[in-house]
Design a protein around this ligand. Structure first.
Ligand code: HEC
Ligand code: HEC
Ligand code: HEC
Ligand code: HEC
Ligand code: HEC
Length: 456
């Protein structure tokens, strides 16, 4: 680096300049970027069409425009900033991960999206730059991260006003549009950790997907996030490039049907049962996670629900009897892990919102999730206001046994019945979707098992 002597007035200007950029403290290079330092994804689409095609259906492309994010950010986060000085800048964190170039440009309350959508509209007329979400040129001009492991959008971007070299992990790439630079971060989980680990203003790890992963066998075996979430899809990474084994799918699939189905499995234990009316039946169900490189569920754990519905069905699959999970009297937290429709859940801090139903499901099912409690000890969906997490989520490859008990009702006729265990996943509870006036998320079946029960 060039050395030079600094005069006192110049030093003052430097000081003022660095004070105004205090937000980016700790970094020698200015992280104050301008929106126009980053190229529009539409430019990349010309040559990287299939990557654009896949990315534009991913949640990364909807990081800012998604209906849920829009509702939560504008209707719940902004009105809560004056609650406590700890959360006075909570909006900046949201933007840091959900629209990182808005954050780097200092646009901390971008204009609200007119039509929150679930598709990426390439029309620049109808799209602001904040609405690009987590996009190509943001990720491909990243340099490094401040922490190890990274968290809370601690990325260092190298974007400048020029067309920057695009960083990646291809061997000997050549592109007519941009220079290329090799970087190890693209094969590593650090590039994911920076946004997929989140510590909230109260010091609670409200997202810890990469930290969960780092304790798993997948980390030991060198299977990174990319292996499961960005699989190779064959073909060419760019229209005019070579066919390469490494041309990764930028779909970033997560809590969606194709990915969630089979992520875990349920196995009703034992042989077929032979019983008589009035008899008490006890049986166990083994739940095993098979395909998640982190806990299940992970990520936005305050709203993702995994639950097991157990019932006695007839041959046509119609439910005759719901079999609830018995309450465990030894665990004071068990109430958080059994579905309930009591109005005890708050969309914001409990002093700022009215309670809504917590789960909106059949009551009495085993629920695997995280309960976030606010400073009043109330259940909240507002992750930035969480002071305590209570959870019973699955570790990767964990096996867990649940035991059920029920009495065969006297009115059942003799014949064949089917004990059925269904493990389900949903991205958010219906009562929360209804509160925000957005579409309810579909229920996805993760796994099902059936055991015959003969009543004689
Ligand atoms: C969340 C960050 C992220 C975003 C957004 C992103 N990429 Fe990537 N990209 C990566 C990572 C990580 C790899 C390396 C994957 C691997 O090798 O396993 C990669 C690899 C590539 C490669 C090299 C070929 C390959 O498949 O390994 C190209 C070209 C590329 N991306 C283009 C794009 C384009 C174009 C977009 C936007 C449509 C985009 N990327 C969006 C993270 C991102
Ligand atoms: C005019 C065509 C063209 C455009 C436009 C273009 N690229 Fe590329 N890009 C290429 C070609 C060709 C390669 C090399 C492919 C190969 O060698 O297989 C490449 C390679 C890359 C790589 C891999 C670099 C490495 O070292 O691994 C990344 C990342 C990338 N491009 C990102 C982008 C992004 C982001 C944009 C939009 C801002 C973009 N590209 C726009 C043609 C283009
Ligand atoms: C700049 C921050 C950022 C980086 C870097 C990043 N992500 Fe994300 N990711 C997000 C945000 C924010 C969302 C949620 C967007 C939404 O739904 O509003 C998300 C969503 C996802 C989802 C979809 C989850 C779901 O079910 O909705 C997957 C999968 C994912 N990311 C994987 C990755 C992987 C793998 C990497 C590393 C290669 C990565 N992400 C890097 C911020 C980031
Ligand atoms: C062995 C494969 C595998 C690895 C490795 C893996 N994941 Fe996943 N991931 C899955 C599966 C399967 C799901 C769908 C089930 C679920 O929602 O948990 C998933 C779901 C997700 C989701 C959505 C969770 C939700 O329910 O909203 C995110 C976000 C995510 N992964 C990020 C990551 C990140 C970041 C890493 C690396 C630190 C990673 N994953 C490593 C398989 C993997
Ligand atoms: C450290 C990065 C980070 C911060 C800070 C952050 N988020 Fe996220 N957010 C993510 C990631 C990653 C996901 C995806 C996790 C998953 O799918 O399970 C996500 C998911 C979401 C979702 C779920 C979207 C969906 O479609 O289901 C909402 C809503 C959301 N965040 C809102 C916010 C709000 C509001 C804030 C600020 C209070 C915020 N986030 C702060 C990284 C972050």
């Amino acid at each position: 680096m060039k050395s030079f002597r600094i005069t006192v007035p110049l030093l003052t200007i430097f000081l003022i300049a660095s004070l105004t950029s205090m937000r980016f403290m700790g970094d020698p290079e200015s992280q104050e970027k301008k929106y126009h330092y980053y190229e529009n994804p539409v430019i990349c689409s010309g040559c990287h069409w299939d990557k654009f095609d896949r990315w534009s259906t991913s949640q990364h492309s909807k990081g800012f425009t998604g209906d849920f994010f829009q509702a939560q950010f504008y209707e719940v986060v902004l009105p809560s900033l004056s609650l406590d000085e700890k959360v006075a800048n909570a909006n900046e964190d949201c933007i840091g991960c959900h629209s990182p170039t808005a954050f780097l440009s200092g646009d901390m309350i971008p204009k609200r999206t007119k039509e929150p959508d679930n598709h990426w509209s390439p029309n620049p007329e109808t799209r602001t730059r904040a609405e690009r979400g987590i996009f190509c040129d943001f990720c491909h001009t990243l340099d490094r991260f401040e922490n190890n492991p990274p968290f809370n959008h601690d990325f260092i971007s190298h974007a400048t006003a020029d067309v920057d070299p695009k960083r990646g992990d291809l061997e000997f790439p050549w592109s007519p549009h941009h220079e290329t630079a090799t970087s190890e971060i693209y094969e590593s989980t650090v590039i994911c950790a920076t946004c997929h680990n989140e510590q909230n203003p109260y010091g609670v790890w409200v997202k810890a997907t990469e930290m969960e992963y780092s304790e798993s066998v997948f980390m030991e075996r060198g299977i990174p996030c990319q292996f499961c979430h960005m699989q190779p899809m064959g073909g060419k990474p760019a229209k005019m490039g070579f066919i390469r084994a490494q041309n990764t799918d930028h779909w970033f699939g997560g809590g969606f049907a194709e990915f969630v189905e089979g992520a875990a499995a349920v196995y009703i234990q034992g042989e077929d049962l032979i019983v008589s009316a009035g008899e008490e039946v006890e049986f166990s169900i083994l739940v095993k996670t098979l395909a998640t490189g982190h806990k299940f569920p992970t990520g936005s754990v305050e709203e993702r629900d995994v639950w097991m519905h157990v019932s006695l069905n007839n041959a046509a699959g119609e439910e005759l009897l719901h079999i609830p999970i018995p309450l465990n009297p030894d665990d004071p937290n068990d109430k958080y892990f059994i579905t309930s429709n009591a109005k005890v859940a708050y969309p914001s801090h409990s002093t700022l919102s009215e309670p809504i139903e917590r789960d909106g499901l059949t009551e009495g099912d085993r629920l695997y999730h995280s309960a976030f409690l606010d400073s009043e000890g109330e259940f909240t969906f507002a992750q930035w206001l969480c002071v305590e997490e209570i959870e019973n989520r699955f570790d990767p490859l964990e096996e867990r046994m649940e035991t059920y008990r029920f009495t065969i009702p006297d009115h059942l006729e003799k014949g064949n019945y089917y004990l059925t265990a269904q493990l389900n996943y949903r991205r958010m509870p219906d009562p929360l979707a209804d509160y925000f006036g957005i579409d309810r998320r579909p229920v996805m079946e993760v796994s099902m098992d059936v055991r015959k029960l003969v009543l004689n």
